[in-house]
Design a protein around this ligand. Structure first.
Ligand code: BG6
Ligand code: MG
Length: 214
């Protein structure tokens, strides 16, 4: 029986994944590295520093730790600037109602995002109160595809991993959910998310009365 639903944030609840891409592309341009949306798929779900390292690897660029810290901070300041204008209307269609309905039906609802900006985004969207627990990039050591974040979320809400369903738009996130022993709904395309138990175009396309059929 499924007792909990765990949501990723960027790309599952709101289109902040796009702002991450725009900020990384801006940085890549400055470094003279060509960085496309296809390559951006590898960054989804992974930590800020690991994302930078993937871009540097694509460009064949080697930098000192201090320089990498400086660049990661610069990218984040752009991202924070881009998301300042986010409003509750930007939550993907049907997702807010989905969160409300899940809790009405007795499911525990958690958020598990690798982002250290998750609290800010939830505040701007005015939906923090709809989650029983929030786990973000400030609380974990290993980011997705490691299962740590999902196991921590399950532990916080007191539900066994086998009784959780994860909604994820990142390949690394699907891998993390499976490694945690959870069911996973992929949000996006089968090209990246083929390992998920089910794939939908957008989060609220998944009918919650089918959670136990995954
Ligand atoms: C994830 C995003 O949610 O958070 C990644 O999918 C991002 O693209 C990661 O790199 C870390 O985010 P932040 O806000 O801590 O830089
Ligand atoms: Mg995501």
């Amino acid at each position: 029986m499924i007792h909990a639903v765990i949501f990723d944030l960027d790309g599952v609840i709101v289109d902040t994944a796009h702002y991450h891409f725009v900020a990384w592309q801006r940085l890549a341009n400055e470094l003279g590295i060509t960085f496309t949306e296809k390559e951006n798929e590898r960054l989804k779900g992974v930590s800020r520093m690991h994302s930078l390292e993937i871009i540097l690897e694509i460009g064949g660029v080697v930098l000192s730790e201090a320089k990498k810290e400086e660049l990661a901070t610069r990218k984040n300041s752009w991202f924070v600037e881009y998301i300042e204008a986010i409003r509750p209307e930007e939550i993907f269609k049907g997702v807010k109602q989905m969160l409300i309905s899940l809790r009405e039906k007795g499911f525990k609802v958690a958020l598990a995002s690798s982002s250290k900006n998750a609290e800010t985004v939830l505040r701007l969207l005015e939906i923090k109160g709809l989650f029983d627990t929030v786990v973000d990039g400030t609380m974990i050591i290993k980011s997705k595809p490691d299962p740590e974040i999902f196991l921590l979320a399950a532990n916080k809400i007191g539900v066994d991993p086998s009784e959780c369903v994860v909604f994820e738009d990142a390949e690394a996130g699907v891998e993390a959910a499976l490694a945690a022993g959870m069911k996973c709904v992929g949000v996006g395309s089968a090209d990246q998310l083929g390992k998920a138990h089910s794939i939908v175009k957008t989060t609220a396309d998944f009918p919650i009365d089918q959670l136990n059929l995954l």
